[in-house]
Write a new protein. Structure first.
Length: 443
């Protein structure tokens, strides 16, 4: 050991001479830019000024105990006491092993690279070239939207059946979706092949006010009572092993444009004998909103039903542009194929006998009844009314000269009925058998 003196301060230089130096009873050792202080208990504190201390491993098994924080270049390591070390860094950081590493406080545009390539980046997604590129998806699934949550979900691809896994056909399967037909009056449910039924009180009416109609001349206004109400009908009244079974196990989507000024009021229901599914509510913002619900029809369903719902308290909800399509993708609105050629089709016909002196119905379509009004005269009452009285009729019969509209004495042609007169070749009214009458017009 050698000694040296500088000014009035004495420094001691300690050099290893024999490989096992022992320095005893020294509480403080000064080093360049700092000092070592014995804290007793086998611990030594290191105070530095100036250039940071560089610690290097020299014996192959360094051990630093009872240290909670180590400052490193551009950051620090902190032991939480529970076996987890937090790495707080600024700038770029590199890790050799990512097992059991949790990243917190990740911000926009932060990157995690793996072997030099971007692995995680909140603003980017690698291109998906096939469905199996996405975790959890198979080649037998399709990506669609959950109508309840709005989230993207994977669903099993359809099996053979109505769609058979083919491209969805956007054909509206329900008639009078624009509520243009109100043959039974403007304050009763509108026309339909299967009648609408008003449930739970309230009222329904034809609406034509500015801003309350989207398609055609009218929409449907549903006014609720204090507990809400709904308008219900069967879309498919009967499903059996031999009739309409094609709908079982299929996805159907029911959609409609809805306008409401109260939240949690207007929505749709699509159901079957096994249960039902509700659409989201209209927001109540007062504008027209496109609302839809998709349901997989029960494999044992015996019917399919629909509801236009107003769950509000004495509020009015408007409905227009109603559609049902096969599949899980809704369409804004399209006419039922029948409606596009409605004026070209026979909307009602009847076969009746009257030679006995009483008009007797034999067979018919869209006829509720026939009324005998005397010799050669009868009133045909339509089941579903015509949109107006501008439809055309034609008729024939056994040994009949001609069939005409009886327009005498207040009789004639009306939306709900037509009065006919059967005449012989001399123009006289006559009771005949095998009389047939058909009507073509706007239904």
């Amino acid at each position: 050991m050698s000694q040296g003196f500088t000014g009035s301060t004495q420094f001691v230089t300690v050099r290893e001479e024999d490989g096992s130096p022992v320095v005893s009873n020294v509480s403080v050792i000064r080093v360049t830019n700092g000092k070592l202080t014995d804290q007793s208990g086998g611990q030594v504190s290191l105070d530095l000024t100036g250039t940071p201390l560089t610690v290097k491993e020299t014996d192959g098994a360094p051990n630093v105990s009872n240290v909670t924080t180590i400052n490193v270049t551009n950051g620090k390591l902190t032991d939480d006491g529970g076996g987890v070390v937090t790495i707080d860094v600024s700038g770029a950081s590199a890790f050799n092993d990512l097992s059991d590493v949790t990243l917190t406080s990740v911000t926009t545009d932060d990157f995690l690279r793996f072997n030099g390539s971007v692995w995680i980046n909140d603003a980017r997604q690698t291109a998906v070239n096939k469905i199996t590129d996405v975790a959890g998806a198979t080649n037998e699934q399709i990506l669609t939207k959950d109508t309840g949550t709005g989230n993207a979900i994977f669903k099993d691809a359809p099996a053979a059946g109505l769609s058979g896994g083919e491209t969805q056909q956007f054909t509206n399967l329900i008639e009078n979706g624009n509520f243009s037909q109100w043959g039974n009056g403007t304050s009763v449910p509108p026309d339909a092949l299967n009648a609408w039924t008003l449930l739970d009180g309230g009222s329904v009416s034809q609406e034509s006010g500015a801003g309350n109609v989207l398609f055609g001349e009218f929409s449907l206004a549903l006014l609720s009572d204090a507990s809400g109400n709904s308008l219900s009908r069967f879309f498919i009244p009967v499903i059996t092993t031999s009739e309409n079974t094609i709908f079982r196990g299929r996805d159907l989507t029911f959609s409609c444009w809805i306008r409401a000024t109260a939240a949690n009021a207007g929505r749709l229901l699509l159901g079957d004998s096994g249960g039902s599914s509700n659409s989201p509510y209209h927001t109540g913002g007062g504008a027209w909103e496109f609302i839809s619900v998709t349901r997989t029809i029960d494999a044992s369903a015996t019917n399919i039903n629909l509801r236009l719902t107003n769950d509000g308290n004495t509020t009015t909800v408007y409905f227009d542009g109603m559609c049902i399509v096969d599949g899980d993708t809704a369409i804004s609105y399209a006419q039922h194929p029948y409606e596009s050629v409605a004026k070209q089709l026979i909307q009602g016909w009847i076969h009746y006998d009257q030679a006995s002196g009483t008009a007797t119905l034999v067979d018919s379509y869209n006829v509720s009844s026939i009324t005998d009004r005397g010799t050669g005269e009868a009133t045909i009452n339509w089941d579903i009314d015509f949109a107006d009285a501008n439809y055309v009729i034609a008729g024939t019969g056994k040994a009949v000269g001609y069939v005409t509209i009886d327009s005498t004495g207040g009789f004639g042609i009306f939306t709900d009925s037509v009065d006919v007169s059967i005449r012989d070749n001399n123009g006289s009214e006559s009771d005949r058998d095998n009389v047939g009458v058909m009507a073509v017009g706007n239904h």
